[in-house]
Design a protein around this ligand. Structure first.
Ligand code: GRF
Length: 192
């Protein structure tokens, strides 16, 4: 029965480069009955991604592709995703940049989570920027991926209040907690 439910869900690949807390959270979510996705593959652009450990823990295939040659890496990934019949891609702390060419093969099927209230603070060091600018709120966004970094249509956002005592680390922790609520909610919004 479990398998039958799994088959109806969109076969999903999660792309990571780091700790993988969002990956872990998405795997757990994808096992729930009301999840529209099923995490079937973990892709990383580095052997050093700590999140790769979840492959063994949850018995999910992992693949590592070197991005030394972007074009070649994307070609290999694309072929592999097609072979695996992957229908949906979640970027979760993935530090590679995907080209227009790659994205057009999965039009409207690649989403990303970013630790800021986009369009504010695209790119890196989002929490540092929010604190330095004395912002009242920080937060996170889930958006569709386009070739322009952190610029695709926003699906959902969650706000976090910045307290006077907040440091970059404490804010990052608070935002990450919200990310774990936001990512599944945004996926449900797309498919339900
Ligand atoms: C998250 O803050 C995510 O928004 C950003 O990179 C971080 C990844 O964290 N894109 P993790 O690897 O999921 O723990």
């Amino acid at each position: 029965m479990k398998k039958l439910i799994g088959l109806k869900k969109k076969k999903t690949a999660v792309f990571i480069s780091g700790t993988g807390s969002n990956l872990k959270n998405l795997i757990k979510f994808s096992k729930k009955k009301n999840s529209p996705i099923f995490v079937d593959l973990i892709i990383s652009n580095t052997h050093n991604a700590k999140g790769l450990k979840y492959s063994k823990k949850y018995n999910i295939q992992k693949k590592i592709f070197s991005f030394k040659n972007n074009k070649l890496a994307e070609k290999k990934i694309c072929n592999f995703l097609l072979k695996k019949k992957i229908k949906f891609i979640c970027l979760a702390g993935f530090m590679g940049v995907l080209s227009k060419n790659f994205i057009k093969n999965f039009k409207g099927k690649i989403i990303n989570i970013h630790p800021s209230l986009l369009p504010k603070y695209k790119g890196l060091n989002t929490h540092k920027k929010a604190i330095e600018n004395n912002d009242k709120f920080a937060g996170c966004s889930v958006h569709f991926v386009t070739a322009k970094i952190d610029s695709g249509k926003i699906i959902m956002q969650k706000k976090v209040k910045i307290e006077k005592k907040d440091t970059i680390a404490s804010l990052a922790k608070k935002v990450l907690k919200k990310e774990h609520l936001l990512y599944p909610a945004a996926i449900k919004k797309i498919y339900n």
